[in-house]
Ligand binder design. Structure first.
Ligand code: FEO
Length: 392
């Protein structure tokens, strides 16, 4: 159902309550998501973004209930990953000549996806499109998080259509940040940032500072996923400035895998030592085989120190830890200290291998780690506590 946002802007997207993962299985979506599309009715009519492919017919059918499609003058595509461009084929079947405003990279991506010779209008930063009373201004935002990304600012309603930027995978019928649980939304916004945007943090920092420097009046930020920032939209801008700048909290995140509980016992003893040395520090233990991978990465992002442990298995380490190390490499965390630990039976390579991979992933290695043959006894658990204490 369409939802009126302002006198001119109507939300015409799709709320996806059933979505449990995104980008294949790369990103868990515990709270669903939405694909936000916006219809602007002024003297001219513009549609901003569409929805994911499986919902293309539903999207177009609902849009028809809202407006005669022939009255849509412009389609604005801020970013062309299929969760936003997926309904273009179905829509343009009805209105084939409608100009599509996008960046040059956007045109290339749409052509690469759909192989159609549609009516593209390439735009650059500072280009404008008058709709009558209001004007759209385009702001290229490459690598936030694809090369084609741009923001569209609408004067009059003081609204920034930011696509993935400031978004969250969060399904709600309530639409606005002031009508939902803010703790949930902020957790999802952080998880989204960590798992999608963090590799591009230098670009995020530059772009967000540039947009802030434009001093645009800002009443609404309308992203392409999750809630619209209506109450204090600057709060999510502030968060992005913090997250993009080597963010860390006073937190230690201990990630481990375990076969017969020895590495788990080590992890708990290390946590105890850390907590004894620094009671104010938040210590989180996460089991790589039990906890959600993207939640773990989000807690690694919060941390100033990451400790990663695995038993040695087949002269290596657990596949769950291997997966996290590969994901952490790609996410490019900055200014985080790290070390490894683990139990073993007869060869014991895991600790050294994890240390090497943490280093390759950009972590600052604090020492060679700690390892234990077979099951830790009282002395070994004390050594783990002391090792934890020494890291603080
Ligand atoms: Fe929501 Fe990058 O697509």
């Amino acid at each position: 159902m369409a939802k009126k946002i302002t006198n001119r802007v109507t939300w015409v997207g799709k709320i996806d309550w059933e979505l449990t993962s995104f980008h294949g299985d790369e990103l868990s979506t515990h709270r669903g998501s939405s694909y936000n599309s916006y219809l602007i009715r002024d003297k001219k009519v513009a549609l901003i973004d569409t929805v994911w492919l499986p919902y293309d017919r539903e999207f177009v059918a609902r849009l028809k209930e809202e407006i005669d499609l022939q009255k849509i003058d412009y389609i604005i595509m801020n970013h062309n990953e299929v969760d936003h461009s997926g309904a273009l084929v179905e829509l343009l079947r009805e209105i084939p000549g409608t100009p599509i405003y996008c960046t040059a990279k956007g045109e290339a991506i749409i052509r690469g996806h759909y192989h159609q010779d549609w009516n593209f209008v390439r735009v650059k930063t500072g280009d404008t499109l008058s709709l009558g009373e209001t004007t759209l201004t385009f702001i290229e935002a490459p690598m936030l998080h694809w090369p084609d990304t741009m923001f569209t600012y609408m004067s009059g309603d003081n609204t920034l259509f930011s696509n993935d930027g400031f978004g969250q995978h969060y399904a709600t019928e309530s639409l606005y940040n002031d009508r939902v649980c803010m703790a949930e939304v902020m957790q999802e916004a952080l998880k989204y940032y960590v798992n999608i945007l963090n590799p591009f943090s230098p670009m995020v920092l530059r772009k967000v500072k540039e947009v802030v420097g434009m001093n645009l009046p800002l009443d609404l930020i309308c992203p392409s996923h999750g809630v619209i920032w209506r109450e204090n939209p600057a709060q999510i801008v502030e968060k992005y400035l913090q997250w993009a700048d080597a963010y860390q909290e006073d937190q230690v995140t201990i990630v481990y895998d375990t076969m017969w509980q020895s590495t788990r016992q080590m992890a708990q003893a290390i946590a105890q030592g850390i907590q004894e040395a620094s009671p104010s520090t938040t210590v989180k233990l996460m089991n790589a085989s039990v906890d959600d991978k993207n939640d773990i990465l989000t807690e690694m992002f919060r941390a100033k120190l990451v400790l990663m442990g695995s038993p040695t298995i087949n002269n290596g380490y657990s596949y769950a830890i291997a997966g996290l190390l590969e994901m952490a490499r790609g996410l490019k965390f900055k200014k985080k200290r790290a070390a490894a630990f683990g139990s073993y039976g007869w060869s014991g390579e895991a600790t050294k291998m994890i240390t090497e991979h943490l280093q390759q992933a950009g972590f600052e290695i604090v020492n060679d780690g700690i390892r234990q043959a077979w099951v830790p006894d009282t002395d070994m658990l004390q050594a783990c506590r002391e090792w934890g204490t020494s890291l603080m």
